[in-house]
Design a binder for this molecule. Structure first.
Ligand code: FE2
Length: 217
């Protein structure tokens, strides 16, 4: 279960509305490398992870991504509240406004709504962690791109914080990959678990039950 704390992980205090910036930042809400996809990815991958420490990392990072989702939503809300119609007309935000007014709805900067296709869950922790490492780099690059396009320090500071956290997440998944590889049945150059490779039609798929004290999570 989760408990909710009524504060943001990093303060968001934006004074000036800016629909143009909102139109691009929204990709980190509902885009292919956004925070909604990140939280869904890690919080679902953890069930099939056979190593408790790695499951803990997936839970920690997935939970933090929910806090980042909240921060991005706060940025979008503050950038679009109190907008005048004249500020919306002719701005790239106008097409979003037609469909959602100034409600917060997860779409990519291109306008494509959030899609679970962005969320990779393969059920093999080595495969999943490689996905996660790439996902963190893609999220960091997206924040880099946003910082190239945004000047307002009120908007840049929380985005810089979010970018820095993607780097920390990358490091945590690198630690997780090392833990998973150290648990392989035999060391090998290719990153797969030989016991998975031997699985036949009648082998049990519930690998997590091999763990001592498995609580079923
Ligand atoms: Fe992240």
């Amino acid at each position: 279960m989760w408990t909710y704390e009524k504060k943001l992980q990093f303060p968001v205090k934006i004074k000036n509305p800016d629909p143009k910036s909102a139109q691009i930042i929204i990709s980190q809400l509902g885009g292919p490398d956004g925070e909604l996809g990140a939280s869904m990815r890690y919080l679902h991958q953890r069930y099939s992870c056979p190593y408790d420490k790695v499951t803990g990392i997936l839970t920690d990072v997935g939970t933090e991504e929910l806090a980042h989702l909240e921060m991005v939503a706060a940025i979008l809300y503050q950038l679009t509240r109190n907008l005048k119609e004249s500020e919306i007309e002719g701005s790239p935000f106008a097409t979003y406004f037609v469909d959602h007014t100034t409600g917060i709805y997860p779409v990519a900067a291109s306008g494509v709504p959030f899609d679970m296709k962005y969320v990779g869950v393969k059920g093999d922790i080595l495969t999943d962690l490689h996905e996660d490492l790439a996902a963190e780099q893609k999220a960091r690059t997206t924040y880099d791109n946003l910082l190239r396009l945004i000047d307002d320090p009120d908007v840049r500071e929380p985005i810089k914080f979010l970018r820095a956290r993607e780097i920390v997440h990358y490091q945590r998944f690198a630690d997780a990959l090392r833990i998973a590889q150290d648990n392989l049945d035999s060391k090998n150059f290719y990153a797969f678990n030989p016991s998975f490779d031997r699985a036949g039609k009648n082998d049990r798929m519930n690998r997590s039950c091999r763990r001592p004290n498995c609580q079923g999570r």
